[in-house]
Design a protein around this ligand. Sequence first.
Ligand SMILES: Cc1ncc(COP(=O)(O)O)c(C=O)c1O
Length: 455
Amino acid sequence: MTLHPNSIEARDVAYHMHSYTNLRAHQDSGPLVIERGEGAYVFDTSGKKYLEAMAGLWSTAVGFSEPRLVEAAAAQMRKLPYYHNFASRSHGPVIDLAEKLISLAPVPMSKVFFTNSGSEANDTVLKMLWYRSNAMGQPQRKKIISRLRGYHGVTIASASMTGLPNNHRSFDLPIANVLHTTCPHHYRDGRDGESEEAFATRLAADLEDLILSEGPDTIMAMIGEPVMGAGGVVVPPATYWDKVQAVLRKYDILLVADEVICGFGRTGKLFGSMTFDMKPDVMVLSKQITSTYFPMSAILINERVFEPIADESDRIGVLGHGFTAAGHPVGAAIALENLAILEERDLVGNAAEVGGYMQAELRRLADHPLVGEVRGVGLIAAVELVLDKAAKTAFDRPGQLGTQVATRLLDHGVISRAMIDALAFCPPMIVNRDDIDGMVSGLRRALDDTAAAVL
Ligand SMILES: Cc1ncc(COP(=O)(O)O)c(C=O)c1O
């Protein structure tokens, strides 16, 4: 592709280093520059319209043009554009939001600690739990169990908990004290003829074996997304979370629910923990909390977690942790308005209703020659692409098929995301059935175009 000198694309290549991008390939291909948003749609600089079927990065519930969030931000900017929460300082919006989040939590929670991104939140969780173990006189209890394919972010502890090779390779990760257990991917890792329940039983046994081999008194917590997102939209097999939680209870191990994607309605209930009957001690929230109109994340902890941490801060004299912009008044004002919109418009109900429709319509593609599996719940789904259905394989180079279909789908005006060879769909929670029809018909055309080229 030839980039015109001084074009916006050429300036992007010249000056902007991208995340999650092949930086050399980007120098040739250039960026897709998005200029504006309207509801669930965005427009590039040529005026081409796309359904943002990933809600950005699984992140905007109310779409890309919600005036009430703009107004909430502007009003707060005018009143108090910044304040912090160090040394007992506070402000109204952060107090209102903390109270609101505690009231929404699916299990009794005690306190909210604010951070600015999912990664920062998960790093903070690990530090807080280490601090707690020390406070409880259990300095040996420092290990956290995460899962292969789990995604918890990219900072040092979060990337370590992430169970994806590209987040470790050449970064000298993972760090010590982070363990990975098996992934609940029934399509990929279930044995021939193994039911979901039997698979879940096997995974719970794997977890218990890991705990026993490491020593139960060295394990402080397990972290998991109710539904794995970036690892390929992995919906846990039936009974998985029940069986895992039984093992954790047996060894008095805390559960951290990373609700960064699932939180605020994505799975058709307010939290993924509700969809799968999880009883976490810690919940990590971000993305849809502000519809990502502002960077914000929040950690909810129960009394069991808070009390020893409070004692330790008293013993030392301070909790030596916190971020300059955390609990930002503008972010908190946006979050409160966003949550009010979710309630007033019943967007969680919409995620369940339109989500059910999306799941059914995507499953109608299951007999397409390139589709190995369609999976998902609520308004989050993945279409696993294969060349050989029986062998469940694609090209030798992982991701090549996914990229081809995603690129053709983009031509048909739908933004999705290829996670290796699974295409993810996670549209804003304001979508209706017509939006889904456009998305699925675009996908069918992209699959047909690709099949004609590769089969
Ligand atoms: C489940 C989960 N946890 C954590 C993160 C990290 O969030 P951030 O990109 O805001 O650091 C993500 C990001 O996609 C995520 O999906």
